[in-house]
Ligand binder design. Structure first.
Ligand code: HEM
Length: 92
């Protein structure tokens, strides 16, 4: 069945940052796609602290600076939450 992608605003994204986040659920964005990176944290070869630098924000630049050869699309397929939309559109 067709499952529409969830639309996520920068405001919602920011609630999943490294600080002031009681949920302890961490999201990042890679090329417009929003991922829940929480399950991957213990497995990241670069460590949790480095990965958390992109929590709650767009991680595309830092990711590509660090290891542009890593196939994130493949790795994080099961962790996709939705797509990032601009902050000022109407819901629905
Ligand atoms: C290594 C995945 C984000 C820093 C790696 C490796 C993978 C990976 C697969 C091993 C690469 C290799 O050996 O060729 C990911 C994924 C990320 C992410 C899926 C995002 C969702 C980041 C971020 C940083 C970072 C934001 C922050 C600077 C590093 C470092 C290593 C590494 C320093 C090298 C570790 C070592 O070999 O000692 N990452 N990474 N990563 N990552 Fe990430």
């Amino acid at each position: 069945p067709f499952v529409p992608l969830r639309r996520i605003t920068p405001t919602e994204l920011a609630t999943h940052g490294a600080r002031k986040n009681a949920s302890k659920i961490y999201w990042t964005v890679l090329e417009g796609r929003v991922y829940d990176i929480t399950p991957y944290l213990p497995y990241h070869p670069g460590g949790e602290k480095e990965l958390l630098r992109v929590a709650g924000k767009d991680g595309t630049k830092l990711f590509n600076l660090t290891h542009s050869w890593v196939n994130w699309d493949n790795m994080l397929r099961g962790c996709e939450v939705g797509i990032l939309v601009s902050g000022n559109e109407m819901p629905g």
